[in-house]
Design a protein around this ligand. Structure first.
Ligand code: ACO
Ligand SMILES: O=CC(=O)O
Ligand code: MG
Length: 533
């Protein structure tokens, strides 16, 4: 039973722990309530607008630059000055906010920034969500510590990374907190609690409330965040423009509104990050019903295929024109344990990816693991000796609407299908157990990468051109057979006991349901959330 002290209109149905009440204070909840009451209607309408845009695309209206905002694209404006601790962002490490040891390790990793995640890398259990807030609060107050079961003790170094927090996207609810009887919007919930508890300390420490904004699909969604920021800053009595946001450019539709998104947030804008994994997912999702659009095996959709190249170059160019930073994305490779050759190959791939980013003009990049910090840092130190390269304006880049949606060539193979099915179901299983980022087949998998896998399987089954390189159509029967066989391989690899202790049956049912559903499920995390504590 809840023992939280709530103001009128708030009901907390998540477990009570005394330390959780330090986050879920009446005052902090008051801010969640105010922001929700002010903005949830608009959020709902914007989600509805996403569905309408999907129907327009299905009806033949392909994405394009907006005629009504041409004056913004042509205008001569720039973003407000960016704080000094966000001037040099050459390496940013990311990780789930709910894992206390990882949070400490990330701060100590030598990266310039740490993106603490309530989104792609975080399975939104009540525990992860509220412990994430506790971990960040304790870090900012420099009182976080952790002792592992083996007895290793973890505390913060003197010099730590600058903290940037990624709240959930507009689509995700927080079902453990009801406001006026309805689940709180996950993004507002994460943002408001963090902002309420930490802003003044962050400012006293010479930093500030910095956020990553995920999965935006339009400049109107950016405007909604901007309005949330304005109200929140007023509520806390801090100057407008104190919050700084970095937008994840990770949906195909946002690519057509980059200037407009930066413009909406220009008083609060630090930069954009090219979130490659959700971007690929979004490309598949939005164009899934087009007869001429089908992507090859996931491993072949690299950063150098034309539509990915077009989007990253356009994003760098647009950011730099507006004096905003443009951060690169995450290579999927992670260190390979007990295999030095495979490990060196993985590191070489990461190095090559970071070299391309630095040469293209990115001002920094993301890494998934502390061992990759020196790898990425060495590349940026060599190719970007100055703090950033915002002065490189990329004036010779000309990206067209057609290039942004150009369909890459390549085969769909049975091996690609098997990998997608195996990764999709293994990730779903981990996520249901509360793990939002996991290593699978020596790659980092999180909600965005897993979405690619399951969206591809859906499309290959439902699209007439979902045909394997050897000529066979990807069918429901083939999917069922592959799923059974891949699950058997997982069971053999991890052993029957571990398999049975996991959530493989549930994951497999959920994965099958969303893969075989005629209607494409917008996010796997939405039906999945019903099964999360
Ligand atoms: C599409 C996107 O949104 S990308 C951004 C979201 N994704 C992420 O943030 C992924 C972050 N990375 C991770 O979660 C992990 O690195 C994984 C799951 C990929 C790999 O995890 P593991 O195989 O368990 O890592 P591994 O065993 O090599 O860890 C070794 C050490 O590094 C630490 N570590 C690994 N990754 C991180 C990280 N991202 N941040 C901080 N510490 C980390 C571990 O805590 C461990 O510490 P210890 O030696 O003190 O015990
Ligand atoms: O959030 C990052 C991505 O690649 O997706
Ligand atoms: Mg993402």
């Amino acid at each position: 039973m809840s023992q939280y002290t709530c103001r009128e209109g708030v009901q907390i149905v998540g477990d009570f722990k005394p330390e959780y009440a330090e986050i879920l204070t009446p005052e902090a909840l008051e801010l969640v309530v105010k922001l929700t009451r002010a903005f949830d209607g608009r959020r709902q309408k914007l989600l509805q607008r996403r569905a309408e845009r999907q129907a327009e695309i299905d009806g033949g209206q392909m994405p394009n630059f907006l005629p009504e905002t041409e004056n913004i694209r042509k205008g001569n404006w720039t973003v407000a000055p960016i704080p000094s601790d966000l001037q040099d962002r050459r390496v940013e490490i990311t990780g789930p906010s709910g894992d206390r040891k990882m949070v400490i390790n990330a701060f100590n990793s030598g990266a310039s920034c740490f993106m603490a995640d309530f989104e792609d890398a975080n399975s939104p259990t009540w525990e992860n969500t509220i412990e994430g807030q506790l971990n960040l609060r304790d870090s900012i107050n420099r009182r976080i510590d952790y002792t592992s079961p083996e007895g290793k003790h973890y505390t913060l170094n003197d010099k730590i990374a600058t903290l940037i927090v990624r709240p959930r996207g507009w689509h995700l609810p927080e079902k453990h907190v009801l406001i006026d009887g309805k689940p709180a919007p996950g993004g507002i919930f994460d943002f408001a609690l963090y902002f309420y508890h930490n802003t003044k300390t962050l400012l006293n420490n010479g930093s500030g409330p910095y956020f990553y904004l995920p999965k935006l699909e339009s400049h109107l969604e950016a405007r909604l965040w901007n309005d949330v920021f304005i109200m929140a800053q007023d509520e806390l009595g801090i100057p407008q423009g104190t919050i700084k946001a970095t937008v994840l450019l990770e949906t195909i539709l946002a690519s057509f509104e980059i200037d407009e998104i930066i413009y909406e947030l220009r008083e609060h804008m630090a930069g954009i990050n090219c979130g490659r994994w959700d971007y690929i997912f979004s490309y598949i999702k939005k164009l899934r019903n087009k007869p001429d659009v089908i992507l090859p095996d996931r491993a072949l959709v690299t950063m150098t295929v034309p539509f990915m190249r077009a989007y990253t170059l356009l994003t760098i160019q647009t950011c730099h024109k507006r004096n905003a930073h443009c951060i690169g994305g995450m290579a999927a490779q992670i260190p390979v344990k007990n295999d030095p050759v495979a490990n060196e190959e993985a590191l070489a791939k990461v190095r090559a990816d970071k070299e391309r980013e630095a040469r293209d003009g990115h001002d920094g990049t993301w890494v998934a693991h502390p061992a990759l910090v020196p790898v990425a840092k060495a590349v940026f130190d060599e190719l970007m000796p100055q703090p950033n390269q915002v002065d490189r304006k990329l004036e010779d880049v000309h990206v067209t609407a057609a290039q942004l949606i150009e369909v890459p060539e390549g085969p769909i193979t049975e091996a690609g299908l098997r990998t997608n099915v195996s990764v999709g179901v293994q990730y779903t299983e981990a996520w249901l157990r509360g793990f939002g980022a996991v290593p699978i087949f020596n790659l980092m998998e999180d909600a965005a990468t897993a979405e690619i896998s399951r969206a591809q399987v859906w499309q290959w089954i439902h699209h007439p051109r979902g045909i394997l390189a050897d000529g066979g159509k990807v069918t429901v029967e083939l999917f069922n057979q592959v799923l059974t066989e891949e699950l058997a391989k997982v069971k053999a690899a991890i052993g029957e006991d571990q398999y049975n202790a996991g959530k493989f049956d549930l994951a497999s049912d959920l994965f099958t349901k969303i893969t075989l559903s005629d209607e494409f499920v917008d996010f796997l995390t939405l039906p999945g959330y019903d099964y999360i504590d």
